[in-house]
Ligand binder design. Structure first.
Ligand code: FAD
Length: 366
């Protein structure tokens, strides 16, 4: 059986940042990732015509000022960043008394805030973090189904193999871990209840991305930003790359039936974009409809409560479980910026520190 100092469950930004910190400190680490790719809720896909360059974000898009760990990582990893386009007027869409949509142009842009973007998509962050890991320390397509404390080790069922470790870091949303990973001995009931009740950020969101030949809305003095009460997209933003290339708009919808993507959503989003930004917007070069609620390695099975965000960063997530051998990472466990990439990085740093301090303790124990 393979043995590691630490097994990290999940190769999202939190798991990878934690593993990279542990590897840099000389720890023998394995990252087990269920999907066939790294990144988790960071997902940047090549545009239809790859020769035009640029990737489109179907998961996270932005980071914000004061998010110091994102700033630090992008600088250290030499990841190109640029400012979100905000110039121009915003749009507001309501429904009239008969339910027909009404579009109103707003002077200025009260919708977008100052934010940063990743030059080659948000997933470039996890691509770079994965690149810091020693060869052989990342296993893709390897879902962890069980974690068992035995004697002085933890046995982790990773795909079809058991691997042994001194410690394990669970860097998947807590509700997903509680629903899909069999942990023995069982976690204390209050901790299990907490994990089940902690919502998974954006897990019921559908992101719609439309790519165009050029950011034509900017020529009409529009910012590409809209808020709509007529739907299906509730908010829309310019998601063009640096210098407007690739040109793109994106919008968020809420999954009507979580877990079952709506086949009509793309068409109704296209019609809405045309209502707001003109006929050209209804005819994108490509349209992506990514329903995160149908992703089994993001959204826990059953109904996501939606409420319960006050449980983010609960103090219990800072207490290692399984006699100090199981640590929580993942953005939902962060005390600050939970839900954001910044929160995922903060949780990773906290988990890495906890792992290393336990290793120091056990090494110096008489
Ligand atoms: C549509 C959308 C838009 C967003 N926009 C923004 C934004 O603009 N800015 C921002 O800061 N944040 C945004 N977020 C949130 C941001 O994406 C997350 O905060 C961040 O990616 C979370 O990282 P994580 O590593 O904690 O979790 P995840 O990215 O969920 O990573 C968990 C990983 O664990 C894996 N996994 C799950 N179960 C198992 C298992 N049993 N065994 C092994 N592996 C497993 C998953 O496949 C995944 O790779 C957005 C999210 C979504 C969905």
């Amino acid at each position: 059986m393979d043995r590691f100092d630490v097994v990290v469950v999940g190769a999202g930004v939190s798991g990878l940042a934690c593993a990279a910190a542990l590897a840099a400190a000389g720890t023998d680490v394995l990252v087990a990732e269920a999907r066939g790719r790294t990144g988790g809720r960071l997902l940047s896909v090549p545009t239809g015509n790859w020769s035009e360059g640029g990737r489109l974000d179907l998961g996270a898009t932005w980071f914000w000022p004061h998010e110091t760990l994102v700033a630090g990582e992008t600088a250290q990893l030499a990841i190109r960043t640029f400012d979100q386009h905000t110039a121009g007027n915003a749009l507001f869409e309501a429904s009239d008394a008969d339910g027909a949509p009404l579009v109103q142009r707003i002077d200025g842009n009260p919708i977008d805030v100052a934010a940063g973007r990743f030059g080659d998509g948000a997933q470039s962050l996890t691509d770079s973090l994965a690149g810091l890991l020693p060869a052989g320390s990342l296993r893709l397509g390897t879902a962890v189904s069980a974690i068992r404390r035995t004697g002085d080790a933890v046995l982790v069922r990773a795909g079809t193999a058991d691997v042994a470790a001194e410690q394990v870091v669970v860097a998947v949303p807590p509700a997903l871990a509680a629903a899909t990973i069999d942990i023995t001995p069982a976690l204390p009931e209050p901790l299990l209840r907490l994990a089940r009740a902690t919502p998974t950020w954006m897990a019921d969101t559908v992101k719609v991305v439309a790519r165009y030949r050029r950011p034509f809305w900017r020529e009409r003095g529009l910012a590409g930003a809209a808020v709509s009460h007529a739907g299906p997209l509730r908010e829309i933003h310019d998601m063009s790359g640096s210098g407007g290339e690739p040109a793109a708009l994106f919008g968020f919808a809420i999954a009507a039936t979580p877990g079952s993507p709506d086949p009509a959503l793309g068409e109704s989003a296209r019609r809405q974009l045309a209502r707001l930004f003109g006929p050209e917007a209804g005819d994108p070069l490509e349209l992506h409809v990514h329903d995160w609620s149908a992703e089994p390695f993001t959204r826990p099975p059953g109904r996501d409560a939606g409420a319960g965000h006050h449980l983010f960063g609960h103090p219990a997530y800072r207490q290692p479980a399984l006699d100090g051998r199981l640590h929580w990472a993942g953005t939902e466990t962060a005390t600050h910026h939970a839900g954001h990439i910044e929160g995922a990085l903060r949780a990773a740093a906290r988990a890495a520190t906890a792992v290393l301090s336990r290793r120091d303790l056990t090494r110096t124990a008489p």
